[in-house]
Design a protein around this ligand. Structure first.
Ligand code: BDR
Ligand code: CA
Length: 317
């Protein structure tokens, strides 16, 4: 079984992704690390604990991650208008009973990579601060981690926080640039693919009719996510960003990939933009691009297979 650690900012689609992961026999979730993004880190930790308690999986440790960006001082942007002020669709769930472990998110990542070298996949569903801090803590982390699957980036398409940037990369572009150029086995799943994975009203109705506990829970929290997509994008459905990244770890063949250097714009009007060098020549004379390690970037997705698998995992619970 593939061991995975989910780095997350729950988050409605994060909640769905976590449940899909827990219901996927191909992977073993060995921990959650938390990060600001959809909400501040303290609330992300609370939500992570709550989701595991709901799933009766409090045996899985939660390690609280960074409260600030890698380069300290950047103002945080939270997406309460997408996910609710509680991050989970304004449902007023009671507080979790459990506590995070006595170890920071980055320290937990480093420890697990050392315990199981080459064997751990980190699925990063929020800004990449914790991963960049893990690389800073242990310069060999990039080599010791098996793979890092990132929900992030907008490759040759518009972003969702500015015309160039996707939210998770925009949240900490300095951290993202460190991770993309770290030499780790990185797979980026960006908006160019997740915008094809649209969970429809009919899908929601199917979920609602099922008696499964995850299905019932998600129908409640999804209401706000549907109304945001309706207002912001005039859509009748919602994008399944984070569940697609989880399924890229569960079954990589659901997507196709291309390989090249990715760098991140860290300032200015295109802050958070992910730039992919598809030329293969790697601009040998330009040091910012030459000799940088390559990453895999998802270019196509079998959206109906992803949607079917999400449904299968959530209904049969
Ligand atoms: C990403 O940003 C967050 O709002 C979602 O949870 C997802 O991880 C999409 O840009
Ligand atoms: Ca997320």
């Amino acid at each position: 079984k593939k061991k995975i650690i989910i780095d997350t900012d729950p988050g409605i689609d994060d909640a769905m992704a976590i449940f899909v992961a827990l219901q996927s026999p191909e992977v073993e979730v060995i921990g959650l690390t938390t990060i600001y993004g959809n909400v501040y880190t303290t609330l992300a930790t609370r939500n992570a604990l709550h989701l595991l308690e709901f799933a009766e999986r409090s045996d899985i440790p939660v390690a609280e991650g960074s409260h600030v960006t890698f380069t300290k001082g950047t103002k945080l942007r939270v997406a309460d208008f997408v996910h609710g002020s509680d991050g989970l669709g304004n449902q007023n769930f009671s507080p979790p009973k459990g506590k995070p472990i006595d170890q920071s998110g980055p320290a937990f990542l480093v420890e697990q990579a050392n315990l199981h070298p080459g064997k751990i996949t980190v699925v990063a569903l929020g800004p990449l601060t914790n991963i960049a801090l893990a690389i800073e803590l242990d310069p060999a982390f990039a080599q010791k981690i098996g793979q890092i699957v990132i929900l992030g980036g907008a490759f040759s398409v518009n972003g969702n926080v500015n015309p160039a940037a996707e939210a998770n990369i925009f949240g900490d572009p300095d951290a993202a640039d460190i991770v993309f150029t770290s030499g780790a086995d990185v797979v980026a799943v960006g908006l160019n693919v997740t915008h094809q994975v649209v969970f429809s009203v009919a899908d929601r109705d199917k979920l609602a009719q099922s008696k499964g506990k995850y299905a019932q829970y998600l129908c409640k929290i999804l209401a706000l996510y549907f109304s945001y997509h309706h207002d912001a994008y005039e859509m009748q459905g919602v994008y399944l960003h984070d569940p697609t990244a989880i399924l890229a770890a569960v079954n990589p063949s659901l997507l196709t990939y291309t390989e090249g250097v990715v760098r991140v714009q860290t300032s200015g009007i295109t802050r958070g933009m992910t730039i992919f060098d598809n030329t293969k020549k790697r601009y040998a004379e330009i040091t910012e691009w030459s000799n940088k390690p390559t990453v895999k970037v998802a270019v196509t997705v079998d959206a109906s297979a992803v949607l079917e698998l999400v449904m299968d995992r959530l209904i049969n619970s």
